[in-house]
Ligand binder design. Structure first.
Ligand code: PMP
Length: 458
C-alpha cells in the first residue's frame, strides 16, 4: 500500500492536501499552482510563465482574460448571477439557447442545460430512454446503449457505464449498466487486409451486425464523432460517422453524439458532425461552450425527440431531470460572447474556424517533422486537436511505470521549458487555445522537440 500522504516522505509532494485533484496521484504529485492567466499563457504562483498547451483541459478557446468575455460576465453580474431553469429561466439563458441551436447541425433545436460534460451525457442517456417510452410508436423495450471501443463519456455513473477504458472504468464495474460494445474505429491501426478507404465501411459493418441482433433493445448509439479524445485521440476513418447515421435510421436507434471534446471549433468545423453533414438525434456539448470560462454543458435534441416530451402537466411526460445550476446566466452570458467571437473576422478577413483549419494544418506539418524520429509511433488528430503517440524508448530507460513513463517525462521536460501539456497514457496531447498564434505554435513544436531529445538522451 502507498503510505498515507501525511506519512509520505516524498520531497516533491504537494505541501497542501486540502485540495484533492482529479485523476491525480496526490501521493507523488508535484505542486503546480496557477495565479493568473492571459491569452494562451498562465503564470504560476512562483512567477513562471507557462503556455497552456491543453487549453485548461481542452476547454479554452479564445485565451484567458479575453476582454470581451470578461466584460460579458461583468455585465451579467450587474443584472443577476443565477436563476433556475426548473419551471422558469433567465432571459440571457433563453438568448443563448436560441444562439446555440442556430449554430447546431440540422434539426437540433432544443437545448437542455447542465454544468459538466458528464452531466450532458447523463441527460442524453435518460432523454433517449424516456423518448422511446413516449414517442408516437412507443418502444419501452429500448433501454440499452451501444458504445464504441475505448469510449469515454465522463466520470458520472452513466458515463462510466458507457466507458470502455479499463484503466479508468474497470474498478467501478459493480455500479454500472452494461452497454453493447462496438469496435474502436481506428483510422491508423486497422485490421489486417483493410485499407484506409475501406475502413469506414468495415467498422460500420461491425456496428450493423450488432444492430441486426439487438436493435429491438437499443435506445441509442452513443459516440464521440471523428476523434475519441480521452481514448488517446483516436481518429475515425472518413465516412464512418455518416454510415452510423444511416444505420441508426435504418434500425430505428437514436444517435447521440458526444461533442464535449470536439465541439466549438476544435476540429476545424463548429462541430465534428459538420465534417460529414450529420445531424445526431441528441448532441452533447460542454468544455468550450463558455470559451473555457465557466461550467456549462448542453444536451440538444431534435424537434422529433423534444416533441415526445410535450403534453399536459398531469400526463407526466416532462423530462424527469434537472440540475440546480443548469443554464446559469453568468455562464450563458459568456457563452453568447464566445459564439459571437466565432463570427468575427481578423485583419486577413479570416474567421476563427478558418484560422483553426490553417493553423491546425501548420501545426500538424511542423509536428510531422518530429514524427520521423524513432520513438514516435504516430501523429494524428483534426484541427487543433492533435496528438503524438510515443513508442518504446529508443534507449534503455528504467521506467517507473513502463506503460506511461516516457510521455510523462517528456511533459515534465516541456514544463521546465514553459510548456504545460498533460499526456494520455503514452500519447502527448497538443490542444492549444484556438487563438494561438503561428509563432506560439512553432514555439510549442520546438519545445516538444527539445524535450523529446532530452528524455531520449537520458
Ligand atoms: N465526454 C467527453 C468526450 C469528454 O472528453 C469529457 C471530458 N474530458 C466528458 C464527456 C466529461 O466532461 P466533464 O469533464 O466536463 O464532465
Amino acid at each position: 500500500m502507498f503510505p498515507n500522504r501525511r506519512e509520505c516522505q516524498n520531497p516533491i509532494a504537494t505541501p497542501s492536501d486540502s485540495l484533492w485533484l482529479g485523476f491525480t496521484q496526490m501521493g507523488d504529485h508535484e505542486s503546480l499552482s496557477i495565479a493568473s492567466g492571459e491569452g494562451c499563457w498562465l503564470t504560476t504562483t512562483d512567477g513562471q510563465r507557462l503556455f497552456d498547451g491543453v487549453s485548461s483541459l481542452w476547454c479554452n478557446l479564445h485565451g484567458h482574460r479575453h476582454p470581451r468575455l470578461d466584460a460579458a460576465i461583468r455585465a451579467q453580474l450587474d443584472r443577476v448571477a443565477h436563476v433556475t431553469t426548473l419551471g422558469m429561466s433567465g432571459e440571457t439563458t433563453q438568448q443563448f439557447a436560441a444562439a446555440l441551436v442556430a449554430k447546431c447541425p440540422g434539426a437540433l433545436a432544443h437545448a437542455f442545460f447542465s454544468s459538466d460534460g458528464a452531466s450532458a451525457v447523463e441527460a442524453a442517456i435518460k432523454m433517449a430512454l424516456q423518448y422511446w417510452r413516449q414517442c408516437d410508436r412507443p418502444r419501452p423495450g429500448k433501454t440499452r446503449y451501444l458504445a464504441l471501443g475505448r469510449a469515454y463519456h465522463g466520470d458520472t455513473t452513466g458515463g462510466v457505464s458507457l466507458g470502455g477504458i479499463d484503466y479508468f472504468h474497470e474498478i467501478f464495474s459493480p455500479l454500472l449498466f452494461k452497454p453493447l460494445r462496438g469496435p474502436l474505429p481506428c483510422s491508423f491501426r486497422m485490421p489486417a487486409g483493410v485499407t484506409s478507404s475501406q475502413a469506414g465501411e468495415y467498422y460500420a459493418g461491425e456496428i450493423e451486425v450488432l444492430l441486426q441482433e439487438h436493435h429491438d433493445s437499443l435506445a441509442a448509439i452513443v459516440m464521440e464523432p471523428l476523434v475519441q479524445g480521452a481514448a488517446g485521440m483516436i481518429t475515425h476513418p472518413v465516412g464512418f460517422l455518416g454510415r452510423v447515421r444511416e444505420l441508426c435510421d435504418r434500425y430505428d436507434v437514436l444517435l447521440v453524439c458526444d461533442e464535449v471534446a470536439t465541439g466549438f471549433g476544435r476540429t476545424g468545423e463548429m462541430f465534428a458532425c459538420d465534417h460529414e453533414s450529420v445531424t445526431p438525434d441528441i448532441l452533447c456539448l460542454g468544455k468550450g461552450i463558455t470559451g473555457g470560462y465557466l461550467p456549462m454543458a448542453a444536451t440538444i435534441a431534435t424537434s422529433t425527440v423534444y416533441e415526445a416530451f410535450l403534453g399536459q402537466s398531469h400526463e407526466r411526460r416532462q423530462f424527469f431531470h434537472g440540475h440546480t445550476y443548469g443554464g446559469n446566466p453568468l455562464a450563458a452570458a459568456v457563452a453568447i460572447a464566445s459564439l459571437e467571437l466565432f463570427d468575427e473576422l481578423d485583419d486577413h478577413d479570416d474567421d476563427l474556424l478558418t484560422r483553426v483549419r490553417t493553423n491546425g494544418t501548420h501545426l500538424r506539418r511542423r509536428l510531422s517533422e518530429l514524427a520521423e524520429r524513432p520513438g514516435v509511433a504516430d501523429l494524428r488528430g483534426r484541427g487543433l486537436m492533435l496528438a503524438m503517440e510515443l513508442a518504446a524508448p529508443t534507449r534503455s530507460l528504467q521506467p517507473l511505470n513502463p506503460e506511461f513513463d516516457r510521455a510523462q517525462r517528456v511533459c515534465r521536460a516541456c514544463l521546465g521549458r514553459g510548456l504545460w501539456i498533460r499526456p494520455l497514457g503514452n500519447v502527448l496531447v497538443i490542444m492549444p487555445p484556438l487563438i494561438a498564434s503561428r509563432d506560439e505554435l512553432d514555439w510549442v513544436v520546438d519545445v516538444v522537440a527539445e524535450s523529446l531529445g532530452e528524455v531520449d538522451a537520458l
